[in-house]
Design a protein around this ligand. Structure first.
Ligand SMILES: [Zn+2]
Ligand SMILES: [Zn+2]
Length: 942
């Protein structure tokens, strides 16, 4: 079998479709992973990397004394499968293969993914031939050529990728741990540091500081308005910016009619067609369409996988000779852009445009197939159109502009105005994405006199440098050699998700800034681009086999050790610095109750809430969902009513949960429970809110005296309110206990939600554990719980609920355990069984059991069973055991059924006892007969 390994499932499918040339392709699924077979060939797709590198076991514990953050620098790494099903399927197929072709993407990352597949194949099949197919587009022409001209895997290229992987892991993990531990942050709250990430953040922070340090300067501009052929024309003073107001005012005042045309200069300007797209230029163009860098790349990759455009990760801006431009034009003629394609075919420039960078790996991004809006969807089609039109533009003639510059003089002051008109539309015809704005001026003649309609003096200010937009930042990263075409957009996305930067244009958050400044101060190699640039150069040397991976990694280790020397010496200072400066980011605004500062507080574990800075004097607080639902952070939005910052819960890999104004949220979520208080009416509700009481708990925990004073209520009403609130609170507590019970005891399963089950139970009137303990299995099953599970759930519910009741009645926990072990949990059982039997079953003394029985029965208002002494109990047991054929096992069953001596056995109704105990009726009758006989004998003996 010929096994072809593609980078993703979708490309495996397309490769099979194309290479099968119309033969039937069969799809098989094995453990959820698809393979595509035709003839003797099978294709399978990876999911990018199917293994990842991680440290050897032992490094998981962040606080380990032995494995400090610095120890991660020299830690050994291992490869572990991240996609186990794919790995096992790949190896299963590899055992049967007699040829394996690696067909992953054609770049460093793809080569490394290919090498990972190579190693997995080799591990199970020592001798199979493994070759490599390289292609830049998943189209019939490219694929056929690639598969008939396969080569060897490029191990040098893969080694460069591996070096980057280990260096990134080592820098990221060791520094992230160091900084997070120093700042005492853990869990969702860690401070990540990265080899590319930190210098990129450094740039954004630097720009912000430039903006802050910028001192605007005033300047003045003078312009005048005239009129020609009923058109208003504005002319600017030729001095441009006046730095002194007096000079500008003088120029304005000297400007007197007439405005004399002193010169008319016409010219033409060549407007060159744009050069082909590399990744960066593409991202910049896509951002003008409103797409973020990460989105633009995701869509482009999707289009590539489906054969509509070529590989979108490329540094090349020159079409290689081997690229058949005619064939591409013919292919894309078959699209919604037929007219434009045909126009380009007839007006094509002699040589396509070219950019500055030429590399051999991939051609610039270009279309590879015809597509329609229906096939691609809205965003996909917009990107496809952008790539296609850019391609057309690079083959189109330059545009020509007619330029016009008019010079004027008025009272000795000189003015000018310019115009431009497209003479030849050229490439603008097919590429509307860069604007061509024409300014048409009427004809002027030298010496012509014109009126002065208005002279204007504008006061302006110099502007600070602009913040980076995502696409500007990517351009700048490229110039500085930070990251690669494949990773730059991911680095930015990471900075956003780590809450280091926000908005577009990007600005640093307080944490982002504090971390950067702290690192800069103590180990600036981490935040400066130099180190990363060096590494990129080393990477190139590995690719060219001029240096080994080990060598480069060793040098990087040394650099990192050096940084740690500085960091460890300043650990205390760094930690305090970060902690002190970041506290502010959690402040939300004024406490409504006391005017102190409300802030988000994160405690150990997952507890988070909003509390007041004047605690314990002010106990105002607002509960928040646990951090497992998202780490609570502040956003920029502010509630108009309460003047508090909004709160958002952020969780990796999940949509953020917007709580909004915490107080609005608090009020809303307490509305329903407050309404359960019987004496709550509209005016009382308003009253408590205006006194900053928002929850049932606050009312329940008040004393009537304090409440009466605070709310200006009479004391009767206040005590009623406290009493009622206490009862509602108890009900709420029980409901939440029931919800927790369900969450703890129902196994999470796809497609079923706790809230659905809970609301179904609520409809059957069950929202507390007491109800659940008395429910029948059928009701549970109707709520969507399986039979076996329902039985288990019921037993658990009974155990917990009855246990609670018994504890409340006063049974100590130790005893409770013994009852539970003997299968006695229902309080009713205490009033049914005889204390003697209970004592025997639990091993506790009769007097202890007797005390418990009295407590329970009195609580349930039931008669207390007759007391039996220990001696009586022992005598009874002896009597029973004396009966022929009645041994210990039967004795225990009888005790459980409250048969404690010969007399109770004799007086029992045999049929009822049989039903109660499970002992056959006939046997009971036999026992009874024997007892009677013995009694008679005893009487006779007397
Ligand atoms: Zn307060
Ligand atoms: Zn609010």
């Amino acid at each position: 079998m010929h096994l072809i390994v593609a980078e993703k499932n979708i490309s495996a499918r397309r490769i099979a479709q194309i290479l099968s040339e119309g033969k039937k392709v069969t799809e098989h699924k094995d453990g959820g992973v698809s393979t595509y077979s035709f003839g003797d060939t099978t294709t399978v797709g990876l999911r990018g990397h199917v293994v990842e590198i991680d440290f050897e076991p032992g490094y998981k514990n962040w606080r380990s004394e032995q494995y400090t953050p610095r120890s991660l620098i020299n830690a050994k790494t291992i490869k572990i499968p991240t996609e186990k099903k794919i790995v096992s399927l790949l190896q299963k197929l590899a055992r049967q293969a007699d040829r394996v072709t690696i067909a992953t993407d054609f770049d460093t990352e793809g080569e490394l993914i290919g090498k990972e597949a190579y190693e997995l194949v080799r591990a199970v099949n020592k001798n199979v031939g493994i070759d490599r197919a390289r292609f830049s587009a998943i189209t019939p022409g490219e694929l056929k050529h690639a598969f008939s001209h396969t080569t060897e895997l490029d191990f040098a290229l893969a080694a460069a990728g591996e070096a980057r992987q280990s260096i990134d892991l080592m820098w990221g993990a060791s520094l992230t741990r160091f900084i997070s531990l120093a700042a005492r942050r853990g869990g969702q709250n860690i401070l990540s540091v990265g080899r590319v990430q930190s210098p990129t953040l450094g740039m954004i922070v630097d720009r912000e500081k430039e903006i802050e340090a910028f001192v605007p300067e005033k300047y003045w501009q003078v312009s005048c308005t005239t009129e020609k052929s009923a058109e208003t024309i504005e002319a600017r003073h030729t001095r441009g910016r006046f730095h002194e107001k007096a000079a500008a005012v003088a120029a304005r005042d000297r400007t007197k009619a007439p405005l004399v045309v002193t010169d008319v200069r016409t010219g033409t300007k060549q407007d060159r067609a744009p050069s082909p797209f590399d990744t960066t230029a593409y991202i910049v163009a896509a951002s003008r369409l409103g797409l973020s860098a990460a989105n633009a790349m995701r869509i482009a990759e999707d289009l590539y996988m489906n054969g509509f455009i070529s590989y979108p990760r490329t540094d090349n801006t020159v079409y290689p000779d081997s690229l058949d431009l005619d064939a591409i034009l013919k292919t894309i003629r078959n699209s919604s852009f037929q007219q434009d394609v045909e126009w380009v075919m007839t007006h094509r420039r002699a040589v396509p445009t070219r950019g500055k960078k030429s590399s051999t790996d991939h051609p610039p991004i270009h279309p590879t197939g015809g597509a329609t809006r229906e096939a691609l969807g809205e965003d996909g089609f917009r990107i496809y159109e952008l790539v296609l039109r850019r391609f057309l533009a690079t083959l189109s003639p330059d545009a020509q502009w007619k330029t016009l510059k008019i010079l004027f003089s008025a009272g000795g002051e000189e003015y000018t105005t310019t115009g431009g008109q497209l003479l030849e539309t050229g490439w603008h015809r097919v590429y509307p994405f860069s604007e061509a704005k024409e300014v048409v001026l009427p004809a002027f003649e030298t010496g012509e006199h014109l009126p002065v309609k208005k002279v204007t003096l504008d006061e302006k200010e110099t502007q600070p440098p602009a913040r980076y937009t995502q696409s500007k930042l990517i351009q700048r990263m490229e110039e500085l050699g930070l990251g690669t075409k494949s990773t730059r957009h991911e680095v930015i996305a990471k900075l956003v998700s780590r809450k280091y930067v926000e908005g577009n244009p990007l600005r640093p958050t307080l944490v982002g800034r504090v971390v950067t400044e702290s690192l800069e101060q103590h180990a600036d190699t981490i935040t400066r681009p130099g180190m990363t640039q060096t590494l990129e150069a080393h990477m190139q040397q590995i690719k060219e086999s001029k240096r080994t991976r080990e060598d480069v990694v060793r040098e990087s280790r040394e650099m990192l050790h050096h940084a740690f020397d500085q960091l460890e010496a300043n650990e205390q200072v760094i930690g305090e610095d970060i902690r002190g400066k970041t506290a502010e980011e959690m402040n939300l605004g004024k406490c409504p109750a006391c005017g102190g500062t409300l802030a988000i507080k994160h405690l150990r574990g997952n507890t988070q809430f909003i509390g007041c800075s004047r605690y314990p004097d002010c106990s105002f607080n607002i509960g928040l969902p646990g951090a497992q639902w998202g780490f609570a952070v502040r956003t920029d939005e502010v509630c108009e009513q309460h003047h508090l910052n909004y709160v958002r819960l952020v969780r990796k890999g999940a949509r953020p949960w917007d709580i909004g104004c915490p107080l609005c949220h608090h009020i809303k979520s307490n509305l329903e429970s407050l309404a359960e208080i019987p004496s709550m009416d509209e005016s009382l509700a308003k009253n408590i809110q205006s006194h900053h009481i928002y929850s049932v708990a606050e009312l329940a925990h008040s004393t009537p005296e304090v409440l009466a004073k605070r709310l200006e209520l009479d004391s009767g009403r206040a005590s009623l309110l406290v009493h009622e609130a206490g009862r509602v609170l108890e009900r709420l507590r029980k409901r939440s206990e029931c919800r927790k019970f369900m969450r703890d005891n129902l196994i999470p399963r796809k497609g079923r939600s706790y809230s659905k089950i809970l609301s179904a139970l609520k409809e059957s009137g069950i929202s507390e554990l007491s109800g659940l303990a008395r429910v029948d299995i059928a009701t549970l099953m109707r709520a969507g719980i399986g039979e076996n599970e329902a039985e288990q759930l019921l037993t658990r519910a009974k155990t917990i609920y009855h246990g609670q009741v018994l504890r409340e009645i006063g049974i100590p926990a130790v005893s409770l355990k013994k009852y539970l072990a003997a299968g006695i949990i229902d309080p009713e059982a205490f009033c049914v069984h005889s204390p003697g039997a209970l004592s025997d079953l639990t091993g506790m003394s009769v007097s202890t059991v007797q005390r418990h029985v009295e407590l329970v029965c009195r609580h349930l208002s039931k008669p207390v069973p007759k007391k039996i002494s220990k001696t009586q109990m022992e005598r009874g047991k002896k009597e029973l055991l004396a009966i022929k054929g009645l041994g210990e096992p039967v004795l225990e069953i009888l005790l459980r059924a409250d048969i404690t001596d010969a007399d109770t056995l004799l007086s029992a109704d045999a049929a009822k006892l049989a039903a109660r105990s499970g002992i056959p009726e006939q046997k009971i009758l036999d026992y009874q007969k024997r007892v009677r006989k013995r009694k008679e004998t005893a009487v006779i003996q007397l």
